[in-house]
Design a protein around this ligand. Structure first.
Ligand SMILES: C[S@@+](CC[C@H](N)C(=O)[O-])C[C@H]1O[C@@H](n2cnc3c(N)ncnc32)[C@H](O)[C@@H]1O
Length: 286
């Protein structure tokens, strides 16, 4: 299937999520869901999803949260999952087809510019899918216009890199062997673009939201049962994933070994649990 054309204000991110990164996320779906599941749950609680709600899942990826939202709103509700990544959205479509859930729709489109039906949704939700807009205030204005008056937005995003050792350690180790491609500018789109709550507050205010709440959330993430597979998973995440994938087998093995040493303190009786810090953000369309 042809991948979404990299066009419009978010062309760079569309290209990125349709590169091998999108395929890798699709392959890692189960372990990503194990790692991110509790954080999505926290954002869903903040969204206050109710039966019969009409909900948008922004940057829905492989559709795990979309399917869960569809279960929560029930057959009289409706969920629209939207994502720019063709491989990830295709996976979501395969899964949705198996569930035969008529209250679900999936669109391989850019949420920043998609023409949602105006004022037709009760909730807009996202698990780490909203930090990639080139013009976040314009994107959130577009999303707000889709919400009914009194409609609610809720999402989870990362606090600063330094508070997320699962990513910080990977970058530190990998950049000892490989060059980091184009380190992002402070406000550029990327996983840590919403690390500063004042910036997030300003973006949502400019987009017309009120009642903005930004709550810190600390949680140890589940990276699987053993250090070796956790180290291997870490090499597939974040800005160094592509350079590592393109490196020689020897360099890859050395990075995995160094990472394994760097995370050994996180091995518990229940597997590898690495600290994380996120923001749970909610706001209302007045
Ligand atoms: C970090 S992944 C999270 C995926 C999924 N929500 C999850 O938790 O597994 C970010 C997702 O946002 C999507 N994305 C990035 N920019 C987007 C945009 N402008 N419109 C829609 N989706 C976007 C990416 O394709 C990717 O699937």
């Amino acid at each position: 299937m042809a991948r979404l054309e990299a066009d419009g204000p978010n062309a760079k991110q569309i290209e990125f999520w349709n590169s091998p990164v999108g395929d890798s996320w699709t392959e890692m779906m189960d372990s990503q869901d194990r790692m991110l599941g509790p954080l999505g749950e926290a954002a869903m609680a903040a969204a206050q999803i109710a039966p019969d709600d009409r909900v948008i899942d922004i940057g829905c990826g492989c559709g795990t949260t979309t399917l869960e939202l569809a279960r929560r709103v029930g057959p009289a509700g409706y969920v629209l999952g939207i994502d720019v990544s063709t491989p990830m959205l295709e996976r979501a479509r395969e899964r949705a087809a198996r569930e035969e859930n008529s209250s679900l729709d999936l669109q391989n489109r850019d949420a920043a510019t998609y023409q949602f039906e105006p004022q037709s949704f009760d909730r807009a939700f996202s698990r780490f899918g909203v930090m990639f807009f080139a013009d976040p205030a314009a994107a959130f204005s577009n999303i707000r216009a889709a919400l009914k008056s009194g409609g609610r937005l809720a999402f989870v995003c990362w606090q600063p890199l330094e508070l997320n050792p699962w990513m910080a350690k990977t970058i530190t180790v990998a950049t000892q062997y490989l060059e980091r491609p184009d380190p992002p500018g402070p406000d550029d789109p990327g996983p840590f673009a919403f690390r500063e709550p004042d910036r997030v507050n300003g973006i949502l205010f400019d987009a017309g939201f009120t009642g903005i709440e930004i709550t810190p959330n600390r949680l140890a993430l589940d990276f699987g049962l053993d250090i070796e597979s956790a180290a291997s998973k870490l090499t597939q995440l974040g800005p160094m994933s592509q350079p590592i994938a393109q490196a020689t087998a020897d360099i890859q093995a050395r990075i995995r070994a160094d990472l394994a040493s760097a995370i050994e303190d996180y091995l518990t009786d229940d597997g590898v649990k690495i600290d994380s810090a996120t923001w749970i953000v909610s706001a209302e369309n007045p």
